[in-house]
Ligand binder design. Sequence first.
Ligand code: FAD
Length: 417
Amino acid sequence: MMNARADVSDVPVYVVVGGGRAGASAVAAMREANFSGRILLVGAEPYPPYERPPLSKEMLVKPEAAQLTIYPETYYADKNIECLFGGSVVRLDSAAHRLTLASGEEFTFDKLLLATGARARAYPLLDQLGERVFTLRTRDDSERLRSALTPGCRLLVVGGGIIGLEVAASAIALGATVTVIERADRLMARGTPDPLVDILRRLHVEKGVRFELGVTLNGASCSNNGDVLLRAEDGRPFIGDLVVYGIGVELNTELAVSAGLHVENGIVVDEYGRTSRPEIYAAGDAVRQWNPATRHHQRFETWANAQSQGAAVGRSMVTGEPCSMDVPWYWTDQYGHNFQVAGSHEASEWLHRNTGEGFKSTMLGLVDDVVVGAVTIDNGREMRPIRTMIANRFKVTDRALLADPRVDLRKLVECGR
Ligand SMILES: Cc1cc2nc3c(=O)[nH]c(=O)nc-3n(C[C@H](O)[C@H](O)[C@H](O)COP(=O)(O)OP(=O)(O)OC[C@H]3O[C@@H](n4cnc5c(N)ncnc54)[C@H](O)[C@@H]3O)c2cc1C
């Protein structure tokens, strides 16, 4: 842990709390915007900022190929960014511009960015299973799960969201047998287009995953022979060796709440990333940002949002410029296939561009002939022009042309057809 004191200097001091994707992007953007004051990055985890997406994918299946590093450790020293990893901020006095660490150490700041992200939502019914139960948010979680997942092990995945499905796919690759138990009647209840949900469900079933949908659990125990037993409300038992649950997140907003900032399903910020105290900013999973174009506050739990919002807010802290808002976008990798989703999932119609080459395809979501959302499967190169289409509210005039996979979407975007 590097030692850093931000209160002994007369140059402006910007402090970032949270060493995740948003925090890392923010400090980099501050230097890119030529901020010459002191920057202090404080993270509770004992590592420099790292990427979370590989934790449920490569880190489980092929850890030696996983790329976790965001910036090499030398980057922070080169950019004169002071780092304090393994230190939790436990108190924020917004009036005094003072932060207190768990160790009792104190820092003052001129501007502060909260990039505190989220943690896995706890499920006390399952947590009582002790070492047989796993969640997946951190590098430590992933390493612990990796060492427990052995060929032939019977894995019960509770929660059929993206994390649950990625873990299921990784566990199948490692030779486990997998049952996914989901309380809702469909997988990926939030924010995923129906056609993609159907495709993923079929793919998992083909690979041998068993789905139990519409199941509410009300019992969990370990038997003397080491089996884990989960029981559904209707009495049905599910037996396995290990349980992984992914039932959403809890936002790390405690500091913001205790400092009296406006928090309502996330730390509420304006288009500059400013909280209800203008010298305190926030970015990433824990944040609900005002979008002047949609006239709504929006919160996203995606890598792309943490990366671009972190960078935009970091820049805004230096330049005072508003943040530009990107079309929402995320991806998931399962069974060697790449699925990307952009824009709204609430299209009334999906127009398919099937290439005929395996899974490779694109679906464009339309409302009143306007492209509002999209899914690509192993066809990520179409995502950039599609995001431009969504941002420009591209109106479809020739469906046959758009459905033809040989037609280059970049050209359509250029000529606006
Ligand atoms: C397993 C997994 C797989 C994922 N896969 C994908 C994917 O394929 N595609 C995609 O788009 N998104 C994916 N995501 C989501 C994406 O990784 C997150 O949206 C992104 O990491 C959020 O970044 P963040 O910086 O806002 O928050 P976080 O990554 O949560 O970082 C916040 C950091 O702040 C620290 N912190 C919190 N409170 C304090 C405090 N008081 N003091 C000091 N430090 C503090 C935390 O310890 C944490 O390190 C995945 C997430 C997970 C967990």
